[in-house]
Design a protein around this ligand. Structure first.
Ligand code: MN3
Length: 249
């Protein structure tokens, strides 16, 4: 299983701390975001990718994957670890419970948690439901797509259209209820259906950082190509978990 990319091996060899501290010059020419705040260790961790960053070429290029995972997602994690220094309860509660009760949080941290824990949850789901050789929907998931979303072709067209209509940055999701019902929903920024007491079966990131290096402004082309990266076996697992009431982020 190619679960350890060369990048991971390199990180392991050179030491994670050194790798995190040193700017990665290879990206100096790219339209990279500001680096994450000083790598805060704490209760939140960046889940490693379980496939090489070039696993989705030509649909998603390796550099986009590296920047997206190692910089953007890492920044949400670092920001949450910083927030947890003064609000340790953030690090001990279940992510879905915190996001499902944002109004219970103090105003001083609500905005930070909404954006950064939302971002952490959304991206954790995103890396999970992608994978090389992802197959096709089958079984219960396919039956639910047929029943609730008008069949696979209509579902994919409607999902792409919804992602295309999302103004500015955000996400297009398929939400799933405990009785297995599916719906296409969008959210702005790093908001998550979890914030409304719902669960995301799957979703696609339509922030420009997810596609800009290769696709520039052609979000529609990215949305179409992205289906080549979807891991339907993982989505089937998440569907079963949703019906069992155990699906988290
Ligand atoms: Mn993103």
């Amino acid at each position: 299983m190619l679960s350890m990319s060369r990048r991971h091996l390199m990180l392991a060899a050179t030491g994670l701390a050194a790798a995190a501290a040193a700017p990665r010059i290879v990206f100096a020419q790219a339209a990279a975001p500001a680096p994450a705040p000083a790598a805060a260790t704490g209760p939140f961790t960046l889940p490693p990718l379980t496939y090489p960053t070039n696993a989705f070429e030509p649909h998603i290029d390796a550099k986009t994957m590296e920047i997206h995972h190692d910089r953007h997602h890492a920044a949400y994690v670092a920001n949450m670890n910083n927030a947890a220094k003064t609000n340790p309860q953030l690090g001990t509660a279940k992510i879905e419970n915190v996001l499902g009760n944002l109004n219970a949080l103090d105003d001083s941290i609500k905005f930070t948690v909404r954006n950064n824990l939302g971002g952490h949850a959304n991206h954790t789901m995103f890396w999970q439901i992608m994978g090389p050789n992802g197959g096709k929907p089958e079984g219960e998931v396919l039956a639910a797509i047929d029943r609730d979303l008008g069949g696979l072709e209509k579902f994919q067209n409607d999902f792409n259209a919804a992602g295309g209509r999302q103004f500015g940055s955000g996400w297009v999701f398929v939400t799933v209820t405990k009785d297995g019902k599916l719906a296409i929903e969008t959210r702005p920024n790093q908001d998550s259906p979890i914030m409304d007491g719902k669960r995301a079966l799957m979703g696609n990131d339509v922030w420009e950082h997810a596609y800009y290096l290769n696709y520039q402004n052609r979000r529609a082309d990215y949305l179409k190509a992205w289906w080549n990266t979807v891991n339907w076996a993982k989505i089937a697992e998440r569907y079963a978990a949703a019906k069992a009431g155990t699906l988290g982020v």
